[in-house]
Design a protein around this ligand. Structure first.
Ligand code: ACO
Length: 433
């Protein structure tokens, strides 16, 4: 029921726009916090929203992840991230993201078995493709290329509307990501490739492929395996972030999932996104000691020291809930590995920034990457592997969004622009310029 004269306190859930050139107006309903641009176009065809970085644009409807940046809430399919980090595993969360419900015991066993059966990569991917890289190739660059190359190994991947094929590619991608990631690392340090050990769970197998030397079976410390599992849960999805948007945009042209996933990996490679935890460690190393923290914070505020890496988020304007969980996980990991010497600098930096008007007024708080790098470093991962460690679990989120986008029969992504270039002008021959 709409507002009436008797009850003027009822506010209509709508906006009214007026075209001042014509006086025409249109009421548009507000639905779940959004207004439909298609409605807007009825009154104002050819007038575009100018929104660089999609700061105020909802590009799709989604049922996968709920995020409230003001309240610091993150839920996958309705389940709070804290609950999942405490009680679930990455593989179960991947199932949840992709299927919408937590699996039963039988469903999980079948899923686990399927993933385990797809962990191997074609020998040519490793021998001819990965080993063709230069010795100092960045593992994330190798991963981006290797994921794209998989599309040439699985030609059935083009059948994106065949449910069986789609399921197979999803299984392959989730299962092979750790194998590709570990292979990229082993190559870059000159160690022989370790084949997957299908007697191990998802994270233990990845750690085995990373660190195994000559022992018949590599059994990782269970505390470290669990910490990695938690980090994978926390990184599995984050609604319409840069890499997921890349996945949806490329997928909207109906390219195969490997090509779309490679684009998502490429987006994750950048220091503003998946490269941020690497940047945090470099920043902490550069700061060097607690005494240098105040001067560093000052240089950030003055704009001469760059940004405070691992701080700030496009959506979170309060403490990132994932950062809180990671901080706790860090303590457990450091009990096994010994404390990362950079931790004290990080804690001091956080303390000073959280009480400084520059950061509080801009609502800049630690994000997921502020502490994750410290854990990865303590566990022995080289800095270059950090974005790779992000890509492994985010694959589940990318694929969940890709699948959802295809099921929504969405249009090809094709935004408009506001042209700001030259007016028409005649071509001038090179000799007359
Ligand atoms: N350090 C210092 N100042 C900052 C920081 C920071 N980390 N982040 C934002 N600001 C300042 C900006 O200078 C700007 O100030 P101004 O209004 O005086 O010009 C204001 O805060 C708003 O910044 P924007 O760049 O407009 O915010 P945006 O939402 O576009 O950026 C981003 C978000 C890219 C994450 C940014 O905060 C940043 O660069 N952070 C550091 C990198 C980082 O940690 N990235 C990881 C993100 S989480 C993830 O991808 C998993």
């Amino acid at each position: 029921m709409g507002p009436s004269q008797e009850d003027s306190s009822v506010v209509a859930e709508s906006i009214t726009i007026i075209d001042n050139r014509t006086g025409n107006q249109l009421e548009i309903p507000i639905d779940r916090g959004g207004v439909a641009a298609s409605e807007w176009s009825k009154l104002l065809p050819g007038i575009w929203f100018y929104d660089p970085g999609f700061v105020s644009t909802a590009a799709c409807e989604s049922t996968i992840t709920y995020l409230d940046g003001d309240e610091g809430i993150l839920r996958y399919r309705g389940y709070p991230i804290e609950d999942l980090a405490e009680n679930s595993t990455y593989l179960e969360v991947a199932y949840l993201l992709l299927r919408g419900e937590l699996p039963t015991v039988e469903e999980f066993d079948a899923w686990h078995h399927e993933i385990t059966m797809h962990t191997f990569i074609h020998e040519n991917v490793r021998k001819r493709f990965l080993e063709g890289f230069h010795y100092d190739a960045h593992p994330m660059g190798m991963l981006v290329s290797a994921v794209a190359a998989l599309s040439t190994f699985y030609l059935d991947a083009k059948e994106i509307f065949d449910p069986a094929s789609r399921h197979k590619q999803i299984t392959r991608l989730i299962a092979k990501m750790p194998t590709l990631a570990a292979a990229a690392h082993r190559f870059s340090v000159g160690m022989p490739f370790v084949y997957p050990d299908n007697s191990l769970d998802f994270c233990s197998n990845f750690l085995s492929m990373m660190w195994k030397v000559a022992e018949p079976r590599f059994d990782a410390n269970p505390v470290l395996t669990r910490a990695l599992d938690i980090l994978f849960i926390l990184h599995a999805d984050h609604e319409q972030n840069c890499s997921t948007t890349a996945m949806r945009v490329v997928g909207s042209s109906h390219s195969d999932p490997y090509s779309a996933c490679a684009a998502a990996c490429a987006a994750l490679y950048g220091p503003r996104h998946g490269g941020a935890n690497e940047a945090v460690i470099r920043m902490l190393t550069e700061i060097g000691s607690i005494e240098n923290v105040p001067a560093f914070v000052d240089s950030v505020k003055q704009g001469t020291g760059g940004r405070l890496q691992g701080f700030g988020h496009r959506v979170y304007k309060s403490y990132d809930p994932r950062a809180k969980i990671i901080k706790r996980t860090a303590d457990q990991v450091f009990e096994i590995t010994g404390k990362n010497p950079l931790l004290d600098i990080a804690l001091k930096l956080e303390e000073i920034a959280l009480s400084d008007e520059y950061f509080t007024s801009r609502r800049l708080y630690p994000n997921v990457d502020f502490y994750s790098g410290l854990i990865y470093q303590a566990m022995g991962f080289p800095l270059e592997m950090f974005p790779v460690l992000f890509a492994i679990p985010r694959t589940a989120g990318w694929l969940a969004h890709w699948q959802e986008m295809l099921d929504q029969d969405s249009k090809i992504a094709r935004p408009r622009q506001l042209y700001a270039g030259a007016e028409e002008r005649p071509y001038v021959p090179i000799g007359s310029r």
